[in-house]
Design a protein around this ligand. Structure first.
Ligand code: PEP
Length: 252
């Protein structure tokens, strides 16, 4: 059966020293707390190796927030999937809406990134989600389906089964405006149906689909109680240990 997962996305926040301190705090808190989900932190590239050495092996999964769409070579400033894996990280966020919006990521580049993540045994946390206009004009199901089909449906069932999906309505990211639990469930159930149509019920039932977008301790329990919401991808609230733990504990 699919896993419940709470994953933090630190984005471009914390210096190395601040990040290590936060990871140590989260690691200690997760260790000391009964938790019924996997807990992952996705952190800046510069922090990965140190956090892996100091803390992560105990209780936390560790991931990057992106990787390059090329294997290696003359791509100044890029960080490859192999480099990420060499730090000990085992997850990578791909297709976050901020990457799509500010860095022009397309389904084509994301297909390359997914392939390179798999080559390096990284588990993609693959983000999808509509913008406000698409929510308001009613095209959001089509938009999300197209993001999945274009970037992922060339995969074999075996490879698709290694993906974690994160539904993140862009209008809810960092805005304080959360999708209601019913809105999230409608979309998650729809996504599971799309997966079932292509790969069958077993793959669909085994795929973890996380919700992301202003998730916090006060709304996590209601969101995670929905049958197709298997946890959260957490931005802002992952930067404070107490808030992040409040979300992790929503599964208890
Ligand atoms: C995110 O960016 O993945 C996210 C969910 O951010 P926030 O929780 O801050 O809305």
């Amino acid at each position: 059966m699919r896993k419940n997962i709470v994953a933090g996305n630190w984005k471009m926040n914390t210096t190395l020293q601040e990040g290590v301190a936060l990871a140590e705090e989260v690691n200690a808190a997760v260790k000391a707390t009964k938790h019924n989900c996997d807990v992952v932190i996705c952190v800046p590239f510069t922090h990965l190796a140190t956090i892996n050495d100091k803390t992560c092996r105990e209780t936390l999964g560790l991931g990057a927030e992106n990787c390059a769409d090329h294997k290696s070579g003359a791509y100044t400033g890029e960080v490859s999937a192999a480099m990420v894996a060499s730090t000990g990280a085992t997850y990578v966020i791909l297709g976050h809406s901020e990457r799509r919006q500010y860095y022009g990521e397309t389904s084509e580049t994301l297909r390359e990134k997914v392939a390179l993540a798999f080559e390096n045994n990284l588990t993609p946390i693959f983000c999808i989600g509509e913008v406000l206009e698409e929510r308001e004009n009613g095209t959001y199901f089509d938009v999300v389906k197209k993001q999945i089909v274009d970037a992922l449906f060339h995969l074999s069932a075996e490879d698709f089964g290694k993906i974690i999906l994160a539904y993140e309505p862009v209008w809810a990211i960092g805005t304080g405006k959360t999708a209601t639990a019913d809105q999230a469930e409608d979309m998650h159930a729809f996504i599971r149906g799309v997966i079932a149509e292509k790969y069958g019920n077993e793959v669909a039932d085994n795929t973890s689909i996380l919700y992301g977008g202003s998730c916090k301790p006060s709304n996590a329990k209601e969101l995670f109680a929905k049958p197709d919401v298997d946890g959260g991808l957490i931005g802002g609230a992952s930067l404070k240990c107490a808030d992040f733990m409040g979300i992790v504990e929503a599964f208890n």
